[in-house]
Design a protein around this ligand. Sequence first.
Ligand code: BG6
Length: 492
Amino acid sequence: QNEKVALFIIFGGSGDLARRKLYPSLFRLYQKGYLSRHFAVIGTARRPWENDYYRQIVVDSLNDIQATDEQIAEFAGHFYYQSHDVTNAAHYTVLKKLADTLDQKYQLQHNRIYYLAMSPNFFGTIAKHLKSEQILTTAGFNRLIIEKPFGHDYESAAELNQQIRASFEEDQIYRIDHYLGKEMVQNIAAIRFGNNIIESLWNNRYIDNIQITLSEALGVEERAGYYESAGAMRDMVQNHISQIATLLAMEPPVSFSARDIRHEKIKVLRSLHIDTPEEAQHNFVRGQYGPAVIDGQRLEGYREANNVASDSKTETYVAGKMEFENYRWAGVPFYVRTGKRLAKKETRVDIVYKQLPTNIFKAAQDDNKLGHNILTIFIEPTEGFSLRVNAKRLGQGFATRPVDLNFRHSAAATGNSPEAYERLLLDAMNGDSTNFTHWDELSQTWKFADVVEKVWSENTPTDFPNYASGSMGPKAADELLARDGRHWIFSA
Ligand code: BG6
């Protein structure tokens, strides 16, 4: 009875995202019985392909998944290809015909999910035609899933939103932020709202600062076409990091429902301090990776990568400070950082608690130091958390030392848990928008990012590249915290 019934129309069906994420995720949902007989997928792209050719692409994308040939063939049999020019109205008429035929054939109850896995330049045009050519059904559900980048700044995002809203209601729009599909990001709610000892201390009386680290080991790889005009601020901070900060900062929702959570997220984002240009200059640090030789192997610098300008000013690293101006968080900085080609892939949140008012053990031992209690949420590559507490060191005398109470999910358990896209696709089929971003959230995080972008665009960096591949980023990121008498908890 878990079976979902829907027609997927994927725009950008031959693209990288479709192959790497969407087809494998749909297949896993199929293996688990969420998709069975009553589903079909139309993949569209410009190229003139036959169904068989397209199905082979789908089959090839499942290489890493264990399954029988029959199962794969049966799954791929639900896929149909339609060569399509998104700007040509006549093409939508052909698409509609195919959609209606498949609706009948698979009894899809007029449920349709439109997945825009292509350049956002075309989001508005596609949304418009879906409505004008009546591909949107009146009997079943119609849901639009869109990928980032959602705009380049507040203004372009607002314009894009308006175009989409001309055809879809807000509650029909599912804006993907794949970090919201990650197990341990979803776990933030469980840790906070399921534990008295955590939530009772979750405020500025007990917490000194919060650190969000999204460190990547990979460089820009083959994505310079997009990345050169985006940079780390738009690529990671405006969306993923802001979303994590929001989940950490929001008030407990009335219930764990999409509506109530959304309400709290939007509310707390209204208290996000938007920097003045002077503050932005002071509170944010940018960097770009240069080459390095590690273990005899040379890693190229960003400016040497394919399709990157040799004098590129694009930042591949950002560190900064976010502040929520409300009763709970006033005075608690949220330090955030992300970068490419850093020492290690590590996604985590460190919650650093305040020091005790006094250290009574000092008298017993002169150099006794009590470290901060730290709650760490490990998001990737390991998933779990740890709580650092001070305890007595074994043996004679009296000294303390920090110990970590550790929990990590086993590799086997995490290997079997659904991948972000799989979760999010199922959520969209269920009409559950909890883990998608609302326009009101985006508009606020764009306003926040825009100030920094503006200051940066007016002051070209003169020191790029300013960190070596394989390091933990530019020195200025350490100084950012040192200025406040703090340091980054995670260092590779
Ligand atoms: C994407 C960014 O949104 O997230 C990429 O565009 C980045 O630049 C990626 O590499 C990181 O995602 P994950 O899931 O690998 O941490």
